[in-house]
Design a protein around this ligand. Structure first.
Ligand code: MLT
Length: 201
């Protein structure tokens, strides 16, 4: 997968896995990583799927309706890419914290839905429920920050709540942040994510 790896000064910090939104690239979330954990190593990845030239992490049939088969295939592909990257760049595979926005948050959630211990934690910014009626592995207290906007035109409040509930039922340790915003990222939620990061890592 196309990616960028930047080794950080702090060898004890988790490696930040950066997953962009539709139409983004492997560098999009570098400023966000810099705000949250400036000394951590980062692995920014670009989605392998193209939707009319816009990179994504998995196919969708329409807005909010995912191609499940492709979602599972791409989730496995990303998980294998993490295994390979950990060897290549010599970071601890057990210490990966995903920061995902929108489509990137959805594949980060999907990693946790499908692979036990895929992530040490996650910052899910404007995420949706990746799949329904599946058993999520025991997340054993995995810290997860969920950032959402009460006026998000793409993601209804109930959908974010459903995701939080599903992850809580799988024993994740969920922190929710609700901003008075839409689908776009806000400085406020990134600052809240930073506070959460400093408490948990
Ligand atoms: C998705 O397709 O993953 C979500 O609808 C969010 C988006 O990327 O627009």
């Amino acid at each position: 997968m196309k990616h960028i790896f930047i080794e950080g000064k702090d060898k004890h910090a988790p490696t930040l896995l950066l997953l962009h939104g539709t139409g983004g690239n492997e560098k999009d979330l570098l400023p966000i990583a810099e705000m949250i954990a400036p000394d951590a190593s980062v692995l920014g990845v670009k989605g392998n799927v193209s939707e009319n030239g816009m990179p994504r992490f998995f196919r969708r049939i329409s807005e909010g309706v995912f191609d499940e088969e492709d979602l599972i295939f791409r989730t496995n592909e990303l998980n294998e890419f993490l295994e390979d990257s950990a060897k290549k760049y010599q970071f601890d595979r057990e210490q990966v914290l995903a920061i995902g926005y929108s489509n990137g948050a959805n594949i980060a959630a999907s990693l946790m839905y499908h692979h036990k211990n895929a992530l040490q934690g996650a910052i899910l910014l404007h995420a949706m429920v990746p799949r329904r009626k599946v058993e999520i592995p025991n997340l054993d207290g995995t810290p997860i920050f969920i950032g959402a906007g009460v006026n998000d035109p793409i993601i209804p409040i109930e959908e974010t709540k459903e995701l939080a509930e599903a992850l809580r039922n799988a024993h994740a340790n969920i922190t929710e942040h609700w901003g008075q915003a839409g689908h776009q990222l806000t400085r406020e939620e990134i600052e809240q994510a930073k506070t959460w990061y400093e408490k948990n890592f």
